[in-house]
Design a protein around this ligand. Structure first.
Ligand code: ATP
Ligand code: MG
Ligand code: MG
Length: 386
């Protein structure tokens, strides 16, 4: 496949690294923009991969990457979209579109865009002044969530406003963030769901509906498929996720986070225009993973729809850094001793407390078996986090 368009990737963290694992198998070069020795670069020495050292937030570095590429894609949404727009005007394909990335990177604009396409999300209102937050409390009730519009990840940028008495502290805590804030109505969910959606030249396709369990606002576990939920709800979640992604321009994989409320109705929490932590299970559990899907989608290569179906139940556990650089070793050793566990360490260098440094996926013929295999790892996870 020597005549494929040249692909450039903004960001070379773990998502980029897993995308490269896929492109390596197909011998497709991807030029990565990130710091020297970033996780994705460590495993990609293809002679035609023209890596750029620098940051996806630096305009000159993005320009340099674009100058050697026919297609640009991202592993992170917090990128400089003005340069992507400039590259698109100069004839470089940006997948998904820079417009999509720009809309999504401001979570409040993203919500308004979804609402304008009749996709339900939790009610929200813009907060510029403390009086706006007070008014939001009256309108949305307590508790409510105060959120930063931009640069948010792993719950950094979220503040739970428990009552009227919390308004001052919440505003102080987030009031200095760049890019503004909004208040969001509390979603009394019984389960958090996620669906990976693939947008290709042929249409919009959904991977299965999975269950997301967070701890301290960081994704901890993913059960695929979701447990204890009817087929009707699973299908409704896939349908909603496809409807939410469909209005966005461009190709590639999207992660859709959803709230399943007490009455079985669904809200979209947020969308990521890229591979997503809740889709890692697809590497072991689906013939074409989210990374394979993304690569094929942006290059217009064939993707049999059946290859997105799950073949085995799976559970994914994130490996987070602990107090010491080697705190996660006991968890790793336990995982190595499980027959159907696949371990992914990201090569991130120094492990910091709470940082995502790897993950383990366990597959089995039934969810119950996967749960028993995962049990000792969960016990280690809790020791590590204590
Ligand atoms: P990510 O790392 O997924 O990008 P983020 O920093 O953008 O996270 P959100 O997804 O907005 O943050 O929120 C993080 C978590 O906080 C959610 O997964 C959910 O558990 C909880 N949460 C967010 N919004 C609400 C809400 N309106 N009501 C209740 N819980 C919420
Ligand atoms: Mg987010
Ligand atoms: Mg989220």
């Amino acid at each position: 496949m020597d005549n494929l368009p040249r692909v450039g990737l903004l960001g070379g963290g773990q998502l980029g690294r897993m995308l490269i694992e896929e492109s390596n198998r197909l011998n497709i070069p991807i030029s990565v923009l990130d710091a020297d020795q970033a996780p994705a670069k460590q495993i990609h020495a293809h002679p035609k991969a023209l890596h750029v050292n620098g940051s996806f937030a630096e305009s000159e570095a993005v320009r340099k990457l674009a100058s050697n590429c026919d297609i640009l894609t991202v592993e992170i949404e917090h990128v400089d979209t003005t340069i992507l727009e400039e590259a698109a005007n100069a004839g470089v394909r940006v997948e998904p579109s820079w417009k999509t990335i720009r809309t999504i990177q401001d979570k409040y604009v993203q919500k308004q865009y979804l609402e304008s396409h009749f996709i339900k999300t939790a009610a929200a209102s813009q907060v510029d002044f403390i009086a706006d937050l007070e008014a939001a409390g009256v309108e949305l009730g307590y508790p409510m969530m105060l959120k930063a519009r931009k640069q948010a990840y792993d719950g950094k940028g979220n503040y739970v406003v428990e009552s009227r008495d919390d308004v001052h502290n919440a505003f102080e805590a987030l009031g200095k963030v760049k890019g503004g804030m909004y208040a969001e109505k509390w979603a009394d969910f019984k389960t958090e769901l996620a669906v990976m959606v693939l947008k290709t030249k042929d249409g919009v396709f959904a991977y299965p509906t999975v269950e997301l369990i967070s701890q301290d606002s960081v994704c901890k576990l993913v059960y695929a498929p979701v447990r204890g939920v009817s087929t009707k709800v699973k299908e409704a979640a896939q349908k909603l996720a496809k409807e939410a992604v469909a209005p966005f321009e461009g190709k590639g994989v999207f992660g859709v986070e959803l709230f399943l409320l007490q009455d079985d109705s669904l809200l979209v929490n947020e969308i990521a225009p890229r591979p997503h932590n809740t889709g890692h299970y697809t590497i072991e559990a689906c013939p074409n993973s989210q990374f394979a899907g993304h690569l094929r989608a942006i290059l217009d290569l064939p993707i049999p729809p059946d290859s997105l179906k799950q073949t085995r139940p799976a559970i994914m556990l994130n490996i987070l850094g602990g107090k010491h650089p080697d705190s996660h070793q006991p968890l790793l050793l336990k995982a190595l001793a499980i027959p159907n566990a696949t371990i992914h360490m990201y090569g991130k260098g120094a492990s910091k407390p709470g940082r995502k440094i790897g993950h383990v996926t366990v597959t089995a013929s039934t969810m119950r078996e996967a749960e028993s295999a995962m049990a000792p790892l969960l016990a280690e996870f809790d020791t590590l986090r204590a």
